[in-house]
Structure formats: C-alpha cells, structure tokens
Design a protein around this ligand. Structure first.
Ligand SMILES: [Zn+2]
Length: 91
C-alpha cells in the first residue's frame, strides 16, 4: 500500500476571454492537479464546489482539478462577459 510520500503537481494558467474571438482577456485561471508520484493516484480537492467560476475557486466534477481564478497584483479585472457554471450532485 502506497503511503503517498511524494507528489507531482501540474498547474496550467489560462487566460479567460470574453468571447469566441479571444481578443479581450477579462480574467485568468490557474488549474491545479496533484498526483502521488509513487503510485500515480490523483488527489481530490476537498470543500470546493464543482464547476467553473471566474469569481471563486471551484473544482472539476471528479474533484481532481482545482480551478482558481486569479489576477495580476494591483490590477482590476472586469470579468465582463464571463459566465461560469456549477454542478450540484444529486444523491
Ligand atoms: Zn501513492
């Protein structure tokens, strides 16, 4: 049984465009995934709602990718035209 002592993390930072043309950047998002380096098991983030939002951290449906909105320090982001979605688990 793996004791999960070593990790690898993948962070991809994306630019969020207001429309399909991608010309107007209105936000940024860091998508973070963590795996055990020894056994390869992906880690699930705890306490984040599922979905995507430009204004609050959320995670992928399987919980293995945290989606963290961010912005350059000192700059205001408009978030204009950005829409998110959330997924509610029905048990
Ligand atoms: Zn492991």
């Amino acid at each position: 049984m793996c004791e999960h002592q070593n990790f690898t993390a993948n962070v991809s930072v994306g630019r969020l465009a207001a429309d399909e043309s991608g010309e107007k950047i209105v936000g940024f998002s860091a998508d973070i995934a963590v795996k055990c380096l020894d056994c390869g098991v992906p880690f699930e983030f705890i306490g984040l709602p599922m979905g995507y939002s430009p204004t609050q951290p959320m995670c992928s449906v399987d919980g293995t990718e945290a989606r963290m909105p961010l912005k350059p320090r000192g700059e205001a982001m408009s978030l204009e035209g950005l829409a998110g979605f959330s997924i509610r688990k029905v048990v």
